[in-house]
Design a binder for this molecule. Structure first.
Ligand code: ADP
Ligand code: MG
Length: 401
């Protein structure tokens, strides 16, 4: 895969696809405020390196789901301001994406200037299933620049105009972030140091089923917590009360349990559970064995014995991948399991990788030090597809060219 260093960028206009899909909240007077600028910071290195090499940098990004039409509340205006603060220069925002205003802004650029195009998803062609529609948008984008740099790891698993189609039209390379993320995941797939332990949690089993299927042949231990654990408990014939359950996945999960047994992979599910009588921070709670969740109660965290067991399984691992919180960590009474697992990773002497937006958010919310983790991925979906062994279109296209 080509990197920035393989491109001759001085004096040339470079389109950079970044992932600036940051969380926003309402501020005073109808303004929007960025509540976590982590994704913008993660994208800075590429822009900084291009600027110092004398490129004119035109950044493409998306925000939220505007469904193909302009929406004022999903304008990238607050991102342009924050990016400008972080770079220490003004960053002009195009009033449109490839229209006359963006063209004029780009035409007026000097080397090392940075322009941000408006939310690419304001144009329905960006995510269109019709390759010709995507190609038309990609052609308009390409006419703005000489080179393309793919640096939005959060979107490389998508076939989209500004991710894949554009890379066929301009000389292309991976930016610093995509390069780093892709090498971490390639290493996990090719040659992980052992023992190799994966901890999965979070809320949606169906999202992560493909990953589980692929991991069983590769890992030494698979630890299951979070909302998805209850489908595993149900598959073992245990009652789960009002806990999250994907009943239509029970048969598939039974297959995984069988497959793990047959291939000698340790598949661990919780031995105890923190249950609550409602989904609320002030619910009544108790800890029960995982085969004894009473009717009317729901499991909202792994119990303390499970947390200790999982931490022990992580302690001597040489490679640890964690995706998905162990409980509803956003509420203090159900955060202990996630905290234990996160702390076990932070204490690990092995290579540690965190995937999943909520897992990364949990690390920050629980006050752990991000520097104690080997790699915190910026792409939840993309990191899962890597673990699943899939070919990611946005990576494949860079490798082809
Ligand atoms: P990630 O973004 O890290 O991949 P997911 O999006 O799959 O993680 O899941 C995160 C969500 O799962 C969190 O909001 C958390 O509250 C929720 N969750 C974890 N455990 C449970 C549970 N036992 N019941 C309900 N929700 C849960
Ligand atoms: Mg999530």
């Amino acid at each position: 895969m080509k990197s920035l260093d393989d491109l001759e960028v001085a004096g040339r206009t470079v389109l950079v696809r970044s992932d600036f899909n940051v969380p926003l909240a309402d501020g005073p007077d109808g303004t929007r405020i960025i509540t976590d600028d982590g994704r913008i910071r993660a994208s800075l290195q590429t822009i900084l390196d291009l600027r110092s090499a004398g490129a004119k940098v035109v950044v493409i990004a998306h925000l939220g789901r505007p469904k193909g039409e302009p929406k004022a509340e999903l304008s990238l205006a607050p991102v342009a301001v924050r990016l400008g603060e972080l770079l220490g220069i003004p960053v002009a925002l195009g009033a449109d994406i490839t229209g006359s205003q963006a063209q004029a802004l780009v035409a007026a650029m000097n080397p090392s200037d940075v322009v941000l195009l408006e939310n690419i998803r304001f144009d329905a062609r960006e995510t269109s299933k019709d390759p010709q529609a995507r190609a038309a948008l990609a052609t308009e984008l390409a006419s703005l620049a000489d080179l393309y740099v793919s640096d939005g790891f959060g979107v490389v698993h998508r076939e989209q105009a500004s991710v894949t189609d554009i890379a066929q039209l301009l000389p292309s390379a991976a930016g610093r972030l995509v390069h780093k993320e892709a090498s971490v995941f390639a290493r996990l797939l090719a040659d992980p140091a052992r023992p190799y332990v994966v901890i999965l949690g979070g809320s949606k089993v169906s999202d992560k089923l493909g990953v589980i299927g692929n991991l069983i042949g590769r890992v030494d231990r698979l630890l299951i917590g979070g909302g998805m654990a209850f489908t595993f408990l149900a598959a073992q014939g245990y009652p789960v009360g009002d806990s999250l359950l994907e009943a239509d996945q029970i048969e598939t999960v039974k297959g995984f349990i069988e497959q793990a047994r047959a291939s000698g992979v340790a598949l661990l599910t919780p031995v105890d559970i923190v249950i609550a009588d409602s989904f609320s921070a002030d619910a009544a709670t108790q800890v029960v064995d995982s085969d004894s969740i009473p009717d009317g109660w729901r499991g909202l965290d792994i119990g303390p014995r499970t947390a200790a067991l999982f931490a022990e399984q992580i302690a001597d691992a040489a490679t640890v991948v964690w995706n998905g919180p162990m409980g509803v960590f956003e509420m203090a009474p159900f955060a202990a399991g996630t905290r234990s697992v996160a702390q076990a990773l932070a204490d690990s002497g092995g290579m540690t990788v965190v995937g999943g937006g909520d897992s990364a958010a949990a690390i920050r919310l629980l006050g752990l030090n991000e520097a104690d983790f080997g790699h915190i991925s910026t792409g939840g979906g993309a990191s899962l597809e890597f673990l699943e062994g899939k070919t990611l279109p946005g990576i494949a296209i860079l490798e082809e060219h």
